[in-house]
Design a protein around this ligand. Structure first.
Ligand code: ZN
Length: 142
């Protein structure tokens, strides 16, 4: 079952340029910057009303975010992430409903969360991520 919107992922060319807008103009506090090697991004996290905003800067020209920025040179909303209490069950359910999965198996994202993406062709054009907290909720022993 989906629990809530966990975060909104926003592609930016440069965290150095984007973070001051969120901090100074919007008045949000940057909660941390983390590089996620597997996704070839550097992320900055903000939080408002229990929903996180995840700014994503590419760390390599073949990062998915670099490709997104080629099409959207000013940056923009990249993905929407829903939190699930059971990511594997959620993926099985979505597959059964005919939703195309980019990741059949969860991968490890920022904050050691398990994450998996659904294909935009099945989600009305919105790149959708399902995530589950790394701590506690995982039954696989990691
Ligand atoms: Zn995300």
């Amino acid at each position: 079952m989906l629990k809530k919107i966990d975060h909104i992922g926003i592609a930016v060319k440069s965290l150095d340029a984007a973070v001051p807008y969120y901090e100074n103009a919007l008045g949000l506090k940057c909660e941390g910057i983390e590089e996620v090697a597997e996704q070839k991004v550097k992320t900055a996290f903000f939080s408002l009303g229990g929903v996180h905003i995840e700014l994503l800067e590419p760390t390599s020209p073949d990062s998915p975010i670099a490709k997104f920025l080629e099409k959207n040179p000013h940056g923009g909303v990249h993905h929407l992430a829903f939190e699930s209490s059971d990511i594997r069950g959620e993926l099985a359910h979505l597959k059964e409903k005919g939703v195309a999965l980019i990741n059949e198996e969860p991968k490890i994202g920022a904050h050691a969360k398990q994450i998996a993406f659904l294909h935009p062709k099945s989600t009305m054009g919105v790149l959708t991520e399902i995530c589950q907290d790394g701590e506690g909720g995982c039954s696989c022993g990691h």
